[in-house]
Design a protein around this ligand. Structure first.
Ligand code: NAD
Length: 431
């Protein structure tokens, strides 16, 4: 039976490489649609958790995971030899930046080296990791064709960006359209068939490069607009204008305006990183992506701006950062999730502890700090503990937190997220 028939009859065996924020939800969606799926991860703890039916990703429902694992439709392994039996392979491994802000696609290459060992006729490989335009055809394709197998004839290769937004209640892996670009028309068609079989909505595009650039445009759009509004926030502060009121009023325009909000800096595995994949690649064509670089500078300066503003506010109260007890309220990079990767909270911790502050943190979604845990202590969120602080900085404004406890007890609060707008208190300072 050929791949086309297997996909249309839901008889193909799926595999997903990398069971993190992107890969695990995808593997679960495949399984929930009745597609037999094997998840592969080099992290044996994740493999163990999946096989025990325990979810470690906020967006993956533990009951749903244990159901698909219990029924045998999903299982996980760290043994790549199962790819011998796999008809499709979706790759969702990390794509970080090196310290020099150059792309680090070593995880993709490492996964490919394993795939190559088991590549066989009729197999479909789809890269989902965010990466620069050209990765699929310039890096993946030659490595796979070294086996002697030909793309579009013996195996199929496509790129489909994952666009999931962790913590979003309305959109998840299942109902976010899947942009799909294959190396050949047959590659695009088969990749689209896989997503359709999983109940997703494929959006075919003409090439892998278009599909790769779609994701980078989306995240650059966010980065640039956040950079713009951060600059407007700093400008408004200098001019004595309330930026939050300006944005709320502008957002009443029924067309041509989309509100973005200032904050203490970018975080997560996407927006601070992905635009630099695009500007790096554009440089190779002699093109300088100025918006991307400028937004990166402005957004990267925001933790420092917050520290300056906190220091000024303390100064007005005849205090200084040196020796003050400062609480970071919310340390994840955005609201309602447990992910602290690239969180601006870490920059603020580093900056204020260097200036002599005694740093504390609290976050109802986060169990422990992945970085700088020696520089900041956990603080209980209660009246007595909060009253012992000199200042709190709201870095992440989670929903469901009772901020009245903070406002009533903490002598000064720098609210970088405007979550305290309902409270009327001289102790609150905003962006
Ligand atoms: N997190 C998001 O919100 C998000 C959204 C859209 C796209 N993306 C992109 O998706 C990709 C994955 O991101 P993520 O957040 O899921 O990362 P993650 O770190 O949560 O998960 C990646 C997983 O891959 C595993 N892994 C690493 N190398 C491997 C290998 N060679 N073989 C098998 N497994 C391997 C890791 O152990 C980890 O479990 C990145 O390119 C990212 O930019 C992320």
């Amino acid at each position: 039976m050929g791949l086309r028939e297997k996909l249309s009859e839901k008889k193909a065996v799926q595999s997903v490489i990398g069971l993190g924020y992107v890969g695990l939800p995808l593997a679960v969606e495949f399984s929930k649609a009745g597609l037999k799926t094997v998840g592969i991860d080099i992290d044996s703890r994740k493999v163990k958790e999946v096989n025990a039916g325990r979810s470690y990703i906020g967006d993956v429902d533990g009951v749903e995971l244990s159901e698909v694992v219990g029924s045998g439709i999903l299982r996980a392994t760290d043994d790549f030899s199962i790819l011998t039996d796999a008809d499709t392979i979706n790759i969702a491994v990390p794509t970080p930046l090196r310290k020099t802000k150059d792309p680090d696609i070593s995880y993709i290459v490492a996964a490919l080296k394993e795939i190559r060992k088991y590549l066989h006729k009729g197999q479909l490989i789809i890269l989902e990791s965010t990466t620069y335009p050209g990765t699929t055809e310039e890096v993946m394709l030659p490595l796979l064709e070294e086996t002697g197998l030909k793309v579009g004839k013996d195996f199929y290769l496509a790129f489909s960006p994952e666009r999931v937004d962790p913590g979003n209640e309305h959109f998840s892996t299942k109902n976010i359209p899947k942009v799909v670009g294959g190396v050949t028309p047959a590659c695009t068609e088969l990749a689209a068939m896989l997503y359709s079989a999983a109940g997703m909505n494929p959006v075919p595009v003409s090439s892998t490069r278009v599909a790769e650039t779609v994701k980078l445009l989306e995240n650059t759009f966010r980065s640039v607009n956040i950079g713009l509004v951060n600059e407007i926030a700093m400008m408004c502060n200098r001019m004595g204008i309330n930026v939050w009121e300006v944005i709320d009023a502008a957002a009443t325009k029924p067309f041509g305006f989309m509100p973005f909000y200032p904050g203490p800096g970018l975080g997560g595995h996407c927006i601070p990183i992905d635009p630099f994949y695009l500007s790096w690649k554009a440089k190779q064509s002699g093109f300088d992506a100025r918006f991307i670089e400028l937004a990166g500078v402005i957004n990267g300066d925001m933790p420092g701006y917050v520290v300056v503003r906190v220091s000024e506010a303390l100064n007005e109260r005849k205090k200084c950062l040196n020796g003050s007890k400062i609480l970071l309220m919310g340390v994840s990079y955005k609201k309602d999730i447990d992910d602290t990767r690239e969180s601006p909270a870490y920059d603020i911790i580093r900056l204020i502890s260097k200036m002599g502050a005694e740093v504390y943190w609290n976050d109802p979604f986060v169990e422990k700090l992945e970085e700088e845990s020696d520089l900041a202590n956990y603080l209980e969120y209660d009246a007595k503990s909060l009253a012992g602080m000199d200042c709190a900085i709201v870095v992440t404004g989670h929903t469901g937190v009772d901020y009245s406890v903070l406002v009533e007890n903490c002598p000064m609060i720098f609210d970088a997220r405007n979550v305290l707008k309902e409270f009327d208190s001289d102790s609150i300072v905003t962006m």
